[in-house]
Design a protein around this ligand. Structure first.
Ligand code: UDP
Ligand code: MG
Length: 319
């Protein structure tokens, strides 16, 4: 039986890369034509350049092309979610528009799923060449820490590029949280995943959309969404300071009883203690604030994205 493969492609200002992308995946699709049909689901994440025009012309040339265009930039996570909600395929893959996720891996990923032993084939970069050193360093730190403190298995170097069985995609769509962190969600839903390593590829054209700051905020999302450990740390700091305060009180009382005298000096140590404890309290409040703000956004239940234009007649217009 021939399978339908949906490729979900989030695009944000990708007018330079897209003209390379479609011919490349079409070639792979032609090679696999005996085994699978394809659907190309482009999600224009509120681009301000000519991305939408490029997608419109793609749709005219090729009837496999579907596009969803957002009313503004909602972020790659929202774009992937929109793609998953609207993908019709038996198998669904997410792919960057810049060809950093080599389409040439698709046949191999497809065969692994057809084998029946796996529900998902994910990719992992074995090198980070072509990336700034400082960015690699922070990325490594992030993976080390999050794997310690989180229950979702988050693999270092994992790309979002993966091919999944329908059942896994349905599980991901069912996780309708607003603060999405896909690397965590993929791990959290479970299923049997095969990891395919490959060498890092540089983007064909255009610029990366991720500034260091944007990545940093994304990493905080990762922590807050997939671990309660920072909250626990805040509680334990509270316990530690309470115990310390009892010890200090005992020390002062005993000193007074045994040695008498007044204890007026110690101004310097008092100031140090007050500022230190004040700082720790603010940090703990900040941690609670992070969780609270995520909860607040979640409770409001706003849509994940808003569509402005699409050529898919039965698209979920708002989700
Ligand atoms: N992207 C998106 N919305 C955003 C930022 C990025 O849809 O707000 C898309 C982008 O068009 C690309 C993919 O996400 O297809 C990965 O982005 P990029 O290549 O800039 O990231 P990098 O590969 O440098 O980590
Ligand atoms: Mg890229």
């Amino acid at each position: 039986m021939k399978r339908l493969i949906s490729l979900v492609i989030p695009c944000y200002n990708e007018q330079e890369a897209l003209p390379y992308f479609l011919p490349e995946v079409s070639k792979v699709a032609a090679d696999m034509a005996d085994r699978a049909d394809f659907e190309f689901l482009f999600v224009d994440d509120g681009s301000s350049d000519g991305t939408l025009q490029v997608l419109r012309s793609f749709a005219q040339q090729d009837e496999r092309v579907k596009y969803l265009s957002f009313s503004r930039n909602f972020g790659k996570e929202a774009a992937m979610y929109a793609g998953f909600c609207n993908a019709k395929g038996d198998y669904v893959a997410v792919m960057d528009a810049d060809l950093q996720d080599p389409p040439a891996l698709l046949p191999q990923m497809f065969e692994l799923l057809e084998g029946g032993d796996y529900d998902s084939v994910a990719t992992r970069r074995v090198t980070r060449s072509g990336e700034p050193k400082i960015r690699s360093f922070f990325a490594r730190m992030f993976y080390k820490i999050i794997n310690r403190i989180s229950d979702a298995d988050i693999v270092d170097g994992a790309r979002d590029f993966r091919l999944m069985r329908r059942s896994m995609v349905d599980a991901i769509v069912a996780m309708s949280e607003r603060n999405r962190f896909s690397k965590g969600i993929f791990g959290w839903v479970g299923f049997r995943t095969y990891w395919l390593p490959y060498e890092n590829v540089e983007r064909v054209a255009g610029q990366t959309k991720w500034s260091f700051w944007k990545l940093f905020r994304y990493s905080i999302d990762g922590f807050v969404n997939f671990s309660q450990t920072p909250l626990n740390i805040a509680s334990w700091i509270g316990v530690l300071f309470s115990v310390l305060s009892v010890l200090v009180v005992l020390f002062i009382v005993i000193r007074k009883l045994c040695f008498g005298g007044s204890s007026v000096d110690g101004w310097a140590s008092l100031v140090c203690l007050i500022t230190f404890i004040g700082g720790v309290q603010m940090v703990c409040l900040g941690i609670i604030g992070q969780y609270l703000s995520k909860t607040y956004l979640e409770v409001k239940g706003r849509p994940h994205y808003i569509l402005r234009e699409t050529n898919a007649s039965d698209a979920d217009l708002v989700r």
